[in-house]
Design a protein around this ligand. Structure first.
Ligand SMILES: [Cu+2]
Length: 117
């Protein structure tokens, strides 16, 4: 009789651990990606980090006194950033995205986005 109670207690403990693990898994998956800032100044885009992933957010900060855009060649994004303002972009798709500014075509860059792992 006493042995039986012990086994039931062990079973409940194990069940609790499994429930805990299954609750923790979605929290990890839902964790927000990293946020990086790219400064636009002197009519040029700052360095774009090379380790971006789907789910990350890029905040583009325009320190110039003229408006700029961050426009993908394939038009998958098109952000307009007023002077002294910023625009934020959450990366939703993996790939390599060359971009430019529609007002200043010499302003160019490339956004490389890896799939979320
Ligand atoms: Cu521009």
């Amino acid at each position: 009789m006493r042995k039986q109670v012990f086994f039931i207690a062990r079973f409940l403990l194990l069940g609790g651990a499994i429930a805990g693990a299954s609750l923790a898994a979605p929290l990890v998956a839902a964790a927000p990606g990293h946020s990086v800032t790219v400064v636009i100044s002197n009519m040029s885009f700052g360095r774009v980090p090379a380790d971006l992933k789907v789910g990350d957010t890029v905040v583009w900060v325009n320190r110039d006194t003229v408006p700029h855009t961050v426009t993908a060649r394939d038009r998958s994004f098109d952000l307009h950033v007023a002077p002294g303002q910023s625009a934020s972009q959450t990366l939703g798709k993996a790939g390599t995205f060359p971009f430019y500014c529609i007002y200043h075509s010499a302003m160019r860059g490339t956004l490389k986005v890896a799939s979320a792992s």
